[in-house]
Design a protein around this ligand. Structure first.
Ligand SMILES: Nc1ncnc2c1ncn2[C@@H]1O[C@H](COP(=O)(O)OP(=O)(O)O)[C@@H](O)[C@H]1O
Ligand SMILES: [Mg+2]
Length: 400
C-alpha cells in the first residue's frame, strides 16, 4: 500500500489577487498567465471492464459511454489556447493517484461516470473530496440534472413548464393506469399520447413513444429491466423540438473575453424531426450533423428564440447553476414550450467532417468558434474561483 504524508496546503492562506468585478481585461490577463502554468486534466468515463478500473463491476443505471473522443477535442482546444500541460485521464479508481502524480491544478469533467447509481455525480464528488477545483456541476447539481424526475419536480415547484409525469418502479406493484392514484391525478383530462423513458439516460436510448395508455405498463417494465431504476412516464408533446445552451456570464468571442450581465444563452436551434419521427433519433444511431439541425431565424423565429432564452436563464438562475447545460425543449400542439431536460454534460464534440454537436452547430450566430466556447467555459470557471473563491481555489490562485 502506498501511504503519503501530505502537508496541509492552505485553502485560505493562498494570496487572493485583488479583484474588481467587471474588470474583464484584468481577468483576461490573469487567465492567459494561468494558462501557461496550468496543469489541467480532462476526465472521461472509465471502462469498468478494464483491469484495475473498479473493485467490483456493477450495473449501470445510466447507459455508459466513455466520451473519450470528446475529451480529446476539449484537450486539443485547450492546447491551442496556450495550455501546455493538458492530460486526458479516465475516471476510475486510480484517478486520485493520477491527479496527484501529475500535480493537476484543475480538472475538466467530461464524464457520465463509470457505473452504479448517480454516476454523473461521482467525478465531482471525488474532486470535492480530493480538493481539486473542476469545471462541471457540483455533485448535488450533477445528480439532480441527470435524474429527470427530480429535475422536473424542481421545475414544477418553480412554475416552469414541463410535461406531466409520474415515476414508476416495480416495487410498487404492476403498473395499472386506471388504479394508479398519482397517474390518475397527474393525467386527469390528458388526451394525448405518452413517452416512457429512463429517469437517467442519454441520447434518446430506451425512450419510447407509446400511443395508448394500455400499452404503457409493458414498456415501463421493459425500461425498468434495462435500467434497474425508476421509470418516467410522461405526456407526449407532439410539437417541434428545440435546444438552448446556457453557461456563466464570461464569454469569449475571437478569444476576447466579455462579461454579460447574467447567464449567457446560445445555440438556440431546432432539432429537425423527419415525418413520423416522434422521438429524436439517437446520435448513437445517426450522428449529429448540420442536416439534423435548423438554425433559428432571428426574424421568423424571434418568439421561439426569446422564449428559449427566457427558459434557459430562468432554469440557470433558479437552480443557481455555474456550469454549462444544454436544455432540450419541446412544443405542444399549440406551440407552447416545455422543458424536457437539462443536460449537465452536453456533448462538446468539435465540428468536423459530417459530424458535430448540437451546441457547436449553434455557435455561428454568436461569432464564436469551438475554441471560443472552450475558452469561455474555462475563463468563467477561473472568474468564479477568483471572485467568489468557488471550490478549493488555493493552488489555482498561486499560478497568477
Ligand atoms: N415528453 C416528451 N414529448 C415528446 N418527445 C419526447 C418527450 N420526452 C422525450 N422525448 C423525445 O425523446 C428524446 C430524448 O428524450 P430526453 O428527455 O431528451 O432524454 P435523453 O436525451 O437523455 O435521452 C427527446 O429529444 C425527444 O425527441
Ligand atoms: Mg435529451
Amino acid at each position: 500500500m502506498r501511504t503519503s504524508s501530505v502537508a496541509v496546503s492552505g485553502l485560505s492562506e493562498a494570496p487572493r489577487p485583488s479583484r474588481r468585478s467587471g474588470r474583464v481585461d484584468q481577468l483576461q490577463k490573469q487567465v492567459e498567465k494561468m494558462l501557461r502554468r496550468l496543469r489541467l486534466a480532462v476526465i472521461y468515463g472509465g471502462n469498468k471492464a478494464t483491469e484495475g478500473a473498479v473493485i467490483n463491476p456493477a450495473p449501470n443505471a445510466r447507459s455508459w459511454k466513455s466520451y473519450e473522443v470528446v475529451a480529446r477535442d476539449i484537450a486539443a482546444a485547450l492546447g491551442r489556447l496556450g495550455c501546455r500541460d493538458v492530460f486526458v485521464m479516465p475516471e476510475d479508481m486510480n484517478l486520485g493517484e493520477q491527479l496527484r502524480d501529475e500535480k493537476i491544478h484543475l480538472a475538466w469533467l467530461n464524464s457520465g461516470g463509470v457505473q452504479g447509481y448517480g454516476s454523473t455525480a461521482h467525478a465531482p464528488a471525488m474532486m470535492e473530496m480530493l480538493g481539486i477545483p473542476y469545471i462541471g456541476h457540483d455533485p448535488l447539481t450533477a445528480a439532480l440534472l441527470d435524474n429527470k424526475h427530480v429535475f422536473k419536480r424542481q421545475l414544477k415547484a418553480l412554475g416552469i413548464a414541463t410535461a406531466p409525469f409520474i415515476t414508476w418502479h416495480p416495487a410498487e406493484g404492476a403498473f395499472n393506469p386506471w388504479t394508479h392514484a398519482r397517474f390518475q391525478n397527474e393525467f386527469l383530462g390528458w388526451r394525448g399520447d405518452y413517452v416512457v423513458k429512463p429517469v437517467s439516460g442519454r441520447a434518446s436510448l430506451n425512450v419510447h413513444f407509446v400511443e395508448r395508455v394500455e400499452n404503457v405498463a409493458a414498456i415501463a417494465q421493459h425500461v425498468y429491466e434495462v435500467t434497474q431504476n425508476q421509470v418516467l412516464i410522461e405526456g407526449y408533446l407532439p410539437g417541434r423540438e428545440y435546444c438552448v445552451a446556457v453557461c456563466g456570464p464570461v464569454v469569449a468571442h475571437g478569444k476576447q473575453l466579455e462579461r454579460n450581465d447574467g447567464p449567457f444563452t446560445f445555440a438556440e436551434i431546432e432539432r429537425v424531426l423527419e415525418p413520423g419521427e416522434s422521438i429524436f433519433t439517437s446520435m448513437d444511431v445517426k450522428p449529429i450533423s448540420g442536416a439534423r439541425v435548423r438554425q433559428l431565424d432571428d426574424f421568423t423565429d424571434s418568439k421561439v428564440i426569446d422564449r428559449l432564452r427566457e427558459l434557459g436563464r430562468e432554469v440557470f438562475t433558479a437552480l443557481s447553476l455555474d456550469a454549462l447545460i444544454r436544455m432540450d425543449v419541446r412544443a405542444d400542439a399549440d406551440g407552447n414550450l416545455f422543458v424536457l431536460e437539462a443536460n449537465p454534460k452536453p456533448d462538446l464534440k468539435a465540428p468536423g467532417e459530417g459530424v458535430s454537436s448540437l451546441i457547436c452547430e449553434g455557435l455561428a450566430r454568436y461569432d464564436m468558434t469551438y475554441d471560443d466556447l472552450i475558452y469561455s467555459l474555462l475563463a468563467d470557471r477561473i472568474d468564479a474561483a477568483l471572485s467568489r473563491g468557488r471550490g478549493a481555489p488555493g493552488k489555482l490562485m498561486n499560478l497568477i
